[in-house]
Design a protein around this ligand. Structure first.
Ligand SMILES: [Mn+2]
Length: 393
């Protein structure tokens, strides 16, 4: 018998599907949240047949279970942990640990792609085109590579995963992978996925207007409350507000915080680790402890949401020699303009400030970070310039 304990997200369930393709009725699969795995592992040691081959995928265990697993393995029993999270790399010290974040060709891995390699190399599973395609979609989704490659199929696979129950998803995928030559969505799935996409767009638009900005442990953070579409939301907000180091997404009911960043020089797994969590450089999470609650909830409760930059301007545009006009919540106006060919300067309420910036982008970052300022609409910009002319007369 085989038992597979895996994560309850798309990548984790991808592992379960592969295990069922390989072992059929001989494998029991249980999906867990990050927080519930250790109890499940303890349950295995207390109640399960110890001749069972235990797989753990896309998740890692605590210190105690790490010791138990090592004893289990030392006593000649079979266990294999397969993961791709940087925070799990120390499991490679054991014979039963297989953790790879990036493969030899520099490609980011996922638990599903690693388990697929393992199962086919061991002769447990015969590779097919359809399975190759399915595994690659999950890998691209989980590593966020789909975004760079604009691989909508990968994102749609994840959306489908959340639209149906895990049991239904498993059943549909198993059937498809056993019988079809290529991986594809059926017409009904295509229809509900189209509807879902529109729903996500509306949700993100609403959430964009609820984002507040603060500084926590030296980094600029956008804080928003959300329970759904965490990754899509984190990515959209990150791109909308690139002056923020990362986005924190709070789920109060679930007492969880998700951390997302679009920046290569910010590692959110380090931020999550400060609150007892973990994950990847660009996507991580933690439970909301007292300290996190104070920093992210209490301290930000009184803040005004960030205002979005005006979208349809023809005159007040970024990075022009004319200057670009911003405003903050107190009504102060900031004109960012070039001083010479290598310096940018800000006029606050028409008074030139001393500080200069090496580029437009740096000047704007300063305004957005220190003043929560936003790009104003054309009408305000035009009346600002008219006023300027009057003042000069
Ligand atoms: Mn994963």
């Amino acid at each position: 018998m085989y038992k597979l304990l895996s994560h309850n997200d798309l990548d984790g369930v991808g592992c379960g599907i592969l295990a069922k393709l390989a072992f059929g009725k001989d494998v029991k699969v249980r999906y867990n949240s990050i927080g519930s795995l250790d109890r499940e592992v303890e349950w295995f040691f207390e109640n399960d047949n110890q001749e069972t081959f235990l797989f753990i995928t896309d998740l890692s265990v605590n210190k105690e279970n790490e010791k138990r697993l090592e004893q289990f393995s030392q006593s000649g029993r079979k266990v294999q942990l397969i993961d791709h999270h940087k925070t799990s790399l120390h499991f490679n010290d054991y014979d039963w640990g297989h953790v790879i974040v990036e493969d030899s060709e520099g490609k980011l891995t996922s638990a599903t792609s690693l388990l697929y390699e393992y199962l086919t190399a061991q002769g447990f599973l015969q590779p097919t085109k359809a399975i190759d395609e399915f595994v690659e979609l999950i890998r691209q989704y989980d590593t966020w590579e789909w975004e760079t490659n604009n691989n909508q199929q990968a994102q749609r696979l994840n959306a489908l995963f959340f639209l149906v129950s895990i049991e239904e998803f498993e059943e549909k995928m198993l059937e498809r992978l056993k019988t079809e030559e290529h991986f594809h969505f059926d017409d009904f799935e295509k229809k509900i996925l189209d509807m879902e996409e529109e729903k996500i767009e509306r949700y993100i638009r609403r959430k964009r207007r609820e984002l507040v900005q603060t500084k926590i442990k030296g980094l600029f953070v956008g804080v928003v409350y959300a329970e759904s579409y965490i990754s899509e939301l984190g990515n959209e907000l990150g791109k909308e507000y690139p002056h923020l180091d990362y986005i924190a997404i709070l789920n109060i009911g679930g007492k969880r915080i998700g951390f997302r960043t679009i920046h290569d020089d910010v590692d959110v797994s380090e931020i999550a680790a400060q609150f007892g969590g973990g994950g990847h450089a660009k996507a991580a999470g933690a439970s909301m402890n007292e300290e996190a609650y104070k920093l992210f909830v209490t301290n930000t409760f009184h803040l005004e949401p960030l205002r979005e930059d005006a979208k349809h301007n023809r005159y007040n545009l970024k990075d022009t020699s004319f200057g670009t006009l911003y405003q903050n919540n107190s009504g102060d106006k900031f004109l960012l303009q070039p001083l010479n060919d290598h310096e940018w300067v800000i006029e606050k309420n028409r008074f030139k400030q001393d500080q200069t910036f090496p580029s437009f982008a740096e000047g704007e970052k300063f305004l957005k970070r220190s003043e929560n300022a936003w790009l104003v609409r054309d009408d305000l910009f035009v009346s600002y310039l008219q006023e300027e002319i009057k003042l000069r007369k």
